[in-house]
Design a protein around this ligand. Structure first.
Ligand code: 3PY
Ligand code: MG
Length: 257
């Protein structure tokens, strides 16, 4: 399963996922059992701490879904710790240069590909499968820099050329903010930046990813047609909020006789 996601990306097939922002095991289990290819456990925009992340990684993993972790920042210590907990890989916010991408790869991979410290944890079968994990780490671990700043778009080629980078992932909200049009996800400036990123990714044979924040799902079809392959569709919070709002709207519209 761990190598499967990386293989899917390498072969240019779609990998459908979503975000986990609630630090709640039952919610994570619902999401993991729904059948997504991967789930992104979000340490950047949530109250999920390392202890909760450990539980969420376990739940997602044991349900047969690939757990990726979005780090709260490009922090090698946090990256190594979530990898030791059994994350398949990391999504790294706001990467703006090859040096920053290299820092993320170094944190995830053991020598010679990186510089991650070697120690046993859940990833290594709690000590029972160290040799297998060494091979998995070299071949299967995933590093995805997020492109969500103008600087990252301008340096997209150098970021994609870093060995060990499997693809890049667009954060549409930050990207729109970086172009001075925060929240206007369909603004032409944002669309142009997105096209630059997806075209560069296709040229290097690496995966382009994006968060499709809101329905309809036809937006995912449009992204797939543009060449995006690593798709995060909505998220636990973004499934619950519209459903709750709609329920209340329906309740308020009921006639009381
Ligand atoms: C963004 O839109 O900036 C994100 O990080 C989405 O996940
Ligand atoms: Mg962002």
């Amino acid at each position: 399963m761990r190598n499967t996601l990386r293989l899917t990306l390498r072969e240019g097939r779609p990998a459908f996922g979503s975000w986990i922002q609630f630090a709640d095991p039952a919610t994570a289990e619902v999401m993991a059992c729904a059948g997504f290819d991967w789930l992104g456990i979000d340490l950047e925009h949530s109250a999920i701490d390392l202890g909760a992340a450990a539980t969420l990684i376990q739940i997602v993993d044991l349900a047969g879904c690939a757990p990726l972790v979005r780090l709260s920042a490009n922090d090698p210590v946090q990256a190594a710790r979530v990898m030791d907990l059994g994350a398949c890989g990391v999504i790294v916010p706001a990467v703006q240069s090859a040096a920053e991408a290299r820092r993320a790869v170094d944190a995830v991979k053991y020598r010679p590909q990186g510089t991650r410290g070697v120690g046993l944890g859940r990833a290594h079968g709690y000590g029972a499968r160290f040799a297998e994990y060494l091979a998995e780490n070299a071949e299967g671990s995933i590093v995805i820099p997020m492109i969500e700043q103008r600087e990252g778009v301008e340096r997209i080629e150098e970021i994609l050329h870093v060995a060990g980078v499997d693809g890049v992932f667009i954060g549409p909200y930050d990207l729109s903010a970086s172009y001075g049009v925060a929240g206007e996800l369909h603004h032409p400036l944002v669309g142009q930046a997105m096209r630059q990123v997806v075209d560069a990714a296709r040229a290097t044979g690496k995966a382009a990813g994006i968060h499709v924040v809101h329905p309809p799902v036809t937006q995912v079809a449009e992204r797939l047609a543009e060449g995006f392959r690593l798709i995060a569709y909505r998220g636990d919070m973004l499934f619950l909020t519209p459903a709750a709002l709609e329920a209340v709207e329906q309740l308020r519209s009921l006639e009381v006789s």
